[in-house]
Design a protein around this ligand. Structure first.
Ligand SMILES: *[C@@H]1O[C@H](CO)[C@@H](O)[C@H](O)[C@H]1NC(C)=O
Ligand SMILES: *[C@@H]1O[C@H](CO)[C@@H](O)[C@H](O)[C@H]1NC(C)=O
Ligand SMILES: *[C@@H]1O[C@H](CO)[C@@H](O)[C@H](O)[C@H]1NC(C)=O
Ligand SMILES: *[C@@H]1O[C@H](CO)[C@@H](O)[C@H](O)[C@H]1NC(C)=O
Ligand SMILES: *[C@@H]1O[C@H](CO)[C@@H](O)[C@H](O)[C@H]1NC(C)=O
Ligand SMILES: *[C@@H]1O[C@H](CO)[C@@H](O)[C@H](O)[C@H]1NC(C)=O
Ligand SMILES: *[C@@H]1O[C@H](CO)[C@@H](O)[C@H](O)[C@H]1NC(C)=O
Ligand SMILES: *[C@@H]1O[C@H](CO)[C@@H](O)[C@H](O)[C@H]1NC(C)=O
Ligand SMILES: *[C@@H]1O[C@H](CO)[C@@H](O)[C@H](O)[C@H]1NC(C)=O
Ligand SMILES: *[C@@H]1O[C@H](CO)[C@@H](O)[C@H](O)[C@H]1NC(C)=O
Ligand SMILES: *[C@@H]1O[C@H](CO)[C@@H](O)[C@H](O)[C@H]1NC(C)=O
Ligand SMILES: *[C@@H]1O[C@H](CO)[C@@H](O)[C@H](O)[C@H]1NC(C)=O
Length: 404
């Protein structure tokens, strides 16, 4: 074993009991990062670059005042027992957050490379409140994403709490073989200003991503599959206050082809939400194109959800416009099965809605074992659809909706 000395780090052999926590990346250099009274960002980045395994001890809170570039890593284990807290210096972050062209985002922290594990039961804190309050009076404000996995293969993020991200919590951008397991997310504003756009996960240009066994309390999508998300699983999730498990929006940008293929979402509890299971694609003049293929949503239990089950292939487009300019994002081989629970009544008695563009742009959509009810004041459940032929044992609920 090699011991590395540094004034910024307390270095030594980790004394964690063998087998107590998963540590597949344990090479021969282990480091412990403790808090200074200033910016701990540079010391943390330095430790991760130099050591195989980096521990942030239980009682430690690292204060991060500068952006962290941890790309190009190989075989690293970040054992987060304590807390990583980003400062609320808005002017710094607005000017220095890592820029991402996709949906004009910025990021606090980018992690990339190969074979990376982040675990340990600790917390990542985005100091979101100042951002929620500032965004209320400036809707053009750029707000940083909490954790971005960028150009990475074989990444596992396990047993971590994430609180008060200013924007999305997790962005997987050009990732492959990425697992999130046992993540607790909470965005809670203490003022009247909501914690907006605090998506749990956004996946983009990534393949083989799993999100499981997690609790999410937030103010936007629980999980969102953006363009080119393939072989994704979102399972065993408890989502509260969100906009649902979303495929899309897709087809937003002219000249761009978007793919979402092989997505399974199962065992999801969805409460107080705008949507449950959702697929959305833009229509109208000057939009993009793409394909949504082989999507399975099953075993959803919902309560107080505006749209428990929804496909909208005329997103942001009125009916006339959608007929004139149907969506160029085709949707096929989709199954919804075993949905139960209650809607909010926002859509009166409608508990499920499948709205497709004309000209057979939704194909092979199957609906099985649906038991969703509106609040009793709204009468018995109704189902809505347009331009789609539905199969499955619950197809009859949607009446005689046929594409003609
Ligand atoms: C991050 O650091 C790597 C390696 O030093 C560098 O190549 C890359 O340009 C940096 N990324 C950003 C976004 O600054
Ligand atoms: C915020 O960051 C700026 C640099 O962008 C720096 O000049 C200023 O001192 C920081 N403010 C605080 C309170 O740390
Ligand atoms: C999560 O981390 C805590 C604190 O380190 C640990 O006690 C617990 O066993 C971990 N849980 C799992 C599932 O690894
Ligand atoms: C997440 O919350 C669950 C349920 O409250 C708890 O059992 C688990 O330990 C929490 N995980 C972390 C990483 O704190
Ligand atoms: C998908 O990722 C998981 C977890 O990293 C890995 O075990 C599995 O082999 C990957 N699957 C493929 C087809 O690469
Ligand atoms: C769930 O969300 C609702 C509404 O968004 C909120 O009032 C409630 O406190 C949340 N529940 C928990 C357990 O956080
Ligand atoms: C998605 O992948 C397809 C096929 O590789 C590619 O043509 C398209 O440009 C990609 N779209 C995006 C948004 O990256
Ligand atoms: C559909 O996707 C699932 C994973 O979500 C995969 O197991 C299955 O093989 C895919 N089916 C087809 C026909 O591609
Ligand atoms: C979807 O899954 C099928 C079956 O496993 C596989 O053949 C196909 O390549 C996958 N599609 C993508 C885009 O990965
Ligand atoms: C539909 O949208 C188009 C384009 O925005 C607009 O010109 C038209 O007035 C709208 N029609 C209705 C009925 O709202
Ligand atoms: C319809 O979709 C299901 C589920 O993705 C798939 O198994 C089946 O092969 C598809 N049927 C046709 C005719 O493509
Ligand atoms: C739906 O069924 C009608 C006839 O019942 C047929 O004309 C139309 O092509 C079908 N559409 C699709 C997408 O299969």
């Amino acid at each position: 074993m090699r011991i590395l000395f540094s004034t910024a780090l307390i270095v030594g052999r980790l004394f964690l009991a063998r087998g107590a926590a998963p540590a597949p990346n344990t090479g021969d250099v282990s480091c412990i990062v403790t808090a200074s009274s200033g910016d701990d960002g540079p010391a943390f980045v330095d430790a991760v670059q130099r050591c195989d395994s980096v521990t942030i001890p239980r009682e430690t809170t690292l204060s991060i005042a500068t952006r962290m570039n941890m790309t190009g890593l190989k075989d690293k284990n970040i054992n987060l027992l304590g807390t990583i807290k980003f400062t609320s210096n808005m002017s710094y972050w607005i000017n220095n957050g890592f820029p991402f062209e996709f949906q004009d985002q910025i990021a606090f922290w980018i992690v990339g490379g190969k074979n990376i594990l982040i675990n340990g039961g600790g917390t990542i804190d985005g100091s979101g409140q100042v951002w929620y309050d500032a965004f209320a009076t400036n809707s053009a404000l750029l707000r940083p994403i909490l954790l971005t996995i960028y150009k990475a293969t074989d990444v596992a993020i396990k047993n971590i709490t994430m609180i008060n991200s200013p924007e999305w919590f997790n962005f997987v951008n050009e990732g492959k073989n990425v697992v999130y397991d046992g993540i607790n997310i909470s965005a809670l504003s203490t003022s009247k200003n909501l914690a907006k756009n605090t998506d749990g996960w956004d996946i983009y240009r990534s393949d083989n991503v799993s999100i499981m066994n997690s609790n999410i309390n937030n103010g936007d999508d629980c999980v969102s599959l953006k363009p080119n998300s393939t072989n994704v699983i979102a399972s065993d999730l408890y989502c509260n206050g969100s906009h649902g498990i979303s495929v899309g929006s897709l087809g937003q940008y002219a000249g761009v082809y978007d793919i979402v293929e092989n997505f399974t979402s199962t065992n999801v509890h969805m409460y107080n939400a705008q949507n449950g299971a959702r697929i959305k694609a833009f229509a109208g003049p000057g939009v993009g194109s793409g394909i949504v293929k082989n999507i399975s949503y099953s075993f959803f239990t919902e309560g107080n959800v505006n749209n428990p089950l929804i496909v909208d292939q005329c997103y942001m487009t009125n009916a006339t416009e959608c007929t004139a300019y149907p969506s160029n994002v085709y949707i096929q081989d989709v199954t919804f099965s075993n949905f139960k629970g209650t809607s909010s009544g926002k859509m009166k008695s409608v508990v499920a809605s499948l709205a497709c563009s004309p000209d057979d742009r939704c194909n092979n959509i199957s609906v099985n074992d649906i038991s969703l009810e509106p609040p009793s004041k709204d009468g018995s459940a109704t189902y809505s659809c347009q331009n789609v032929n539905i199969t499955g044992n619950a197809a009859y609920l949607f009446g005689n909706c046929k594409t003609t």
